[in-house]
Design a protein around this ligand. Structure first.
Ligand code: SF4
Ligand code: SF4
Length: 181
C-alpha cells in the first residue's frame, strides 16, 4: 500500500465528492420537476424491464393434459428456509404413474425471501419462478397467500414441464443413445 493509499483521506474525499455530486444532480432534477433519483416508486410504478432470468413469481408447471406436474413430494416445503410452502397431498389409485398429487399448494408470500431453493429442490420441474413480479402490496397479510390456482393459471399462460431427464442432460439417461457398457 502506498503512502497515498494509507492516508485514506483522499479516497474519503473522493467518495464524498461523488455522493455530493449525485445528491445535487437529483435535487436539481427534483426542483425543476423532473424525476430525481433513479428509483421506481413502487407499487405506483412497476418496472417493465425485469431481466428474463429474474426470479419473481412462482408458477406450477403442468402435464400436457393440464394436471399439475407436482407429485406432492414435499421437498420444496422441506428445503424452504422460511417455511412458507404448505402442501396437502391427495392420492389417486387410478393413476398408478402419478398416484400422489397436490390438493392444496400455497405459498405465504409475506414471508417468502425469493431465494429460489424450492425451485432447485424440485425433482420434477414442477415449480418455477418467472420474471414477472408477484404484485405483493396488500393491506392484509392474509391476502398475500399465493394459491395453487394462481400458480397454475398465472398469465393465463400454462407452462408445461420439461421432459425428464431434461434436454442437455446425459444423452444415455435421456435415452438418445444406448450405453455400450
Ligand atoms: S423462494 Fe425460498 S423462501 Fe420462497 S418459497 Fe421458495 S424456498 Fe421458500
Ligand atoms: S413442487 Fe416439486 S418439490 Fe414441491 S412438492 Fe411438487 S414435485 Fe415436490
Amino acid at each position: 500500500m502506498t503512502l497515498w493509499e494509507k492516508a485514506y483521506l483522499p479516497e474519503i474525499l473522493r467518495g464524498l465528492s461523488i455522493t455530493t455530486g449525485i445528491f445535487l444532480r437529483n435535487m436539481a432534477r427534483w426542483i425543476t420537476g423532473r424525476k430525481g433519483a433513479l428509483t421506481t416508486y413502487y407499487p405506483e410504478e412497476q418496472r417493465p424491464d425485469y431481466a428474463p432470468r429474474n426470479r419473481g413469481k412462482h408458477i406450477l408447471t403442468q402435464r400436457p393434459d393440464g394436471s399439475p406436474q407436482c407429485i406432492a413430494c414435499n421437498m420444496c416445503a422441506t428445503v424452504c428456509p422460511a417455511k412458507v410452502i404448505e402442501i396437502e397431498a391427495g392420492f389417486d389409485a387410478n393413476d398408478p404413474a402419478h398416484p400422489k398429487f397436490p390438493v392444496r399448494f400455497e405459498i405465504d408470500y409475506s414471508r417468502c425471501v425469493f431465494c429460489g431453493l424450492c425451485i432447485e429442490a424440485c425433482p420434477e420441474d414442477a415449480i418455477r419462478m418467472v420474471p414477472a413480479t408477484p404484485g405483493l402490496p396488500s393491506t392484509d397479510r392474509f391476502n398475500m397467500w399465493l394459491t395453487m390456482d394462481e400458480m397454475l393459471t398465472w398469465n393465463p399462460h400454462h407452462d408445461v414441464a420439461k421432459p425428464y431427464p431434461p434436454k442437455g442432460g446425459d444423452p444415455i439417461l435421456r435415452g438418445d443413445v444406448s450405453s455400450t457398457h
